[in-house]
Design a protein around this ligand. Structure first.
Ligand code: NDP
Length: 531
């Protein structure tokens, strides 16, 4: 049965007339999708091998795929069904676990491959033919989910090719067609608008699923439950009690082998425009009128629209860009054997152009200028080669006015913070003051910790892609970005990108440190510090 959030009365005193629609959580439903063919463009790529195929296999093993299901892969490379099946079996062995031979044998017949570039109309003719065969052999009934795991440069042409080939069902047809588009969704506001326009020539908005895999993470979904299924936080969740909010997504790795992509992107585009702003909207949004996709997304868009643009001198003041320089020490999380090894500067990494000005660290101070949050800064930071890999949200409450505060030891962090650990060690910690036992015991912050792994022992969090693929198959767009949401996020980011591209240099920071000095100053000049 659908999971109902909270103790919501659904009937009047006599039990006949519903008082209001129950708040049905989209987060807890377990439904099996209709029969369908999943068409993956870019099926020989990294995303398919590392994430999508393992996620599909897990869904199958958990009984969440329909019996009548097929996967059709596409890439330019000329390969055949047998080779594609073998590659996918290899991907499972490498990134999930070696599938049972009999189970794989039964499933692999549902995998087909169509070679050819998506700029060639004959690819779509061949695809239509194979999909027709699949409908007959696998009972997929004309339902299609197109997954574009492609380089961004060929996404629009692929959507248009599908339209021209007549592979898109009309919303009123008995079958359905949906399309999943990967991030990055555009490079700036204009390109995002152009991509939306291309997609909307062929698909209606409810058919388009713009993926941000961060939204598939269990802790982010739990943020909605945490806020709206508990009454204790809501009175505090506003400017009278919250001093500021911090959102950190940090990585210990450098650019690795991705310099080709990363150098054209940078931390602001790659992380803040998508993941960090998504997290911000979930923290700041108002309770939705109901938990359907559009009600939730309406509230998220309102948050983005309430953020004043950073422009002119404010960009220098409230936006920090950094780039990692060489360091002699390795991060604590590096393998033992590598301890003490020096880490190269970003500019010395393989495939990074000489003198690159791309930022590997970005921090912003934003305001959400609405009734709930007026005057409360939201500090966002993300970067590579930082000392820890973690994603967390810190809600820092206002300090207590009582003189007992004076007994807090100088070097301890300010108390009263709620920390949402998104990864690793998913959970929630509440920091508050306690007296150290003893006659003259000073105060010290202590924490109450909730950890998913211990609270729900044995229960495994699904991989983000598992959750998102299933939702797209079910037609539930709650965890996908809507057109206006993506454009509102680019509206905020584009002026900063343009200012940075126009000139100046990113501030260097030593690898394995928390970013450039000015990231510390961003908070310090307002009397605050990073958690
Ligand atoms: P890869 O470069 O590993 O794979 C790209 C795939 O697209 C290959 O299968 C390639 O095969 C195919 N391809 C390229 N051009 C065409 C074309 N014209 N027609 C048909 N197929 C084509 O990329 P990834 O798998 O890493 O990424 C795919 C998308 O997913 C990107 O948009 C990326 O930003 C996004 N993404 C990836 C993540 C990851 O972890 N890998 C994470 C988040 C997002 P061939 O060359 O044979 O045509």
């Amino acid at each position: 049965p659908p999971e109902v959030l909270g103790d919501v009365p659904t009937a009047g005193p006599q039990g006949e007339t519903p008082l209001r629609t129950p708040m049905v959580s989209p987060l807890g439903r377990a439904r099996i999708p209709e029969p369908l063919a999943l068409v993956v463009f870019g099926a020989t790529g990294d995303l398919m091998r590392r994430k999508l195929m393992p996620a599909l296999w897990r869904l199958k093993q958990e009984g969440m795929l329909p019996d009548d299901f097929a996967i059709v892969g596409n890439a330019r490379e000329a390969t055949d069904d047998a080779d594609f099946r073998e590659r996918m079996r290899g991907a499972l062995a490498e990134f999930a676990k070696e599938p049972d031979a009999a189970e794989w044998e039964a499933f692999s017949h549902r995998l087909r491959f169509v070679g050819g570039s998506t700029d060639d109309p004959s690819t779509f003719v061949q695809l239509a033919k194979v999909l027709g065969e699949v409908d007959k052999e696998c009972g997929t009934r004309g339902n299609r989910l197109f997954y574009l795991a492609l380089p961004p440069s060929v996404v629009a042409q692929t959507a248009e090719g599908l339209g021209r080939a007549g592979l898109v069902c009309h919303p009123e047809d008995r079958c359905y067609t949906r399309i999943i588009v990967e991030k990055p969704f555009g490079r700036d506001l204009d390109s995002a608008k152009a991509l939306n326009a291309s997609l909307l020539k062929v698909f209606a908005e409810p058919q388009i699923f713009r993926i941000d895999h961060y939204l598939g993470k269990e802790t982010l979904q739990n943020l909605l439950v945490f806020r709206f299924a508990n009454t204790i936080w809501e009175p505090l969740w506003q400017r009278n009690y919250v001093d500021h909010v911090q959102i950190t997504v940090s990585e210990t790795v450098g650019v690795e082998s991705r310099a080709g992509y990363y150098d054209r992107s940078g931390a602001l585009r790659d992380m803040i425009q998508s993941h960090l702003l998504q997290i911000l909207t979930l923290v700041a949004m108002e309770p939705p009128a109901s938990y359907d996709a559009d009600s939730i997304r309406n509230e998220k868009v309102k948050v983005l629209q309430a953020i004043p643009l950073l422009q002119g001198e404010d960009i220098d003041r409230y936006a920090v860009r950094g780039q990692y320089a060489a360091s002699e020490e390795s991060s604590a999380s590096e393998k033992d054997g590598e301890k003490g090894a020096s880490m190269p500067a970003y500019r010395d990494e393989k495939d990074v152009p000489e003198g690159s000005r791309t930022e590997t660290f970005a921090a912003l101070r934003l305001l959400v200028d609405n009734w709930r949050w007026a005057g409360v800064p939201f500090y966002l930071r993300t970067g590579k080669r930082l000392p820890a890999k973690q994603s967390e949200v810190v809600i820092r409450f206002r300090p207590a006015p009582h003189p007992v505060r004076d007994q807090v030891q100088d070097d301890t962090p300010a108390p009263n913070a709620l920390v949402l650990h998104i990864q690793p060690d998913e959970g929630i910690s509440l920091f508050f003051e306690a007296k150290v036992p003893g006659i003259r015991g000073p105060l010290r912050p202590v924490s109450m910790d909730f950890k998913y792994t211990s609270a729900f022992e044995g229960a495994e969090s699904p991989e983000a892609y598992q959750r998102l693929l299933l939702d797209a198959m079910l037609g539930d767009a709650t965890l996908f970005a809507r057109r206006d949401e993506v454009e509102a996020a680019w509206t905020l980011i584009t002026p900063i990108l343009q200012a940075w591209e126009a000139g100046g240099e990113p501030d260097p920071y030593p690898a394995n440190s928390w970013g450039p000095e000015c990231a510390t100053e961003l908070l310090a000049r307002e009397g605050r510090s990073w958690h």
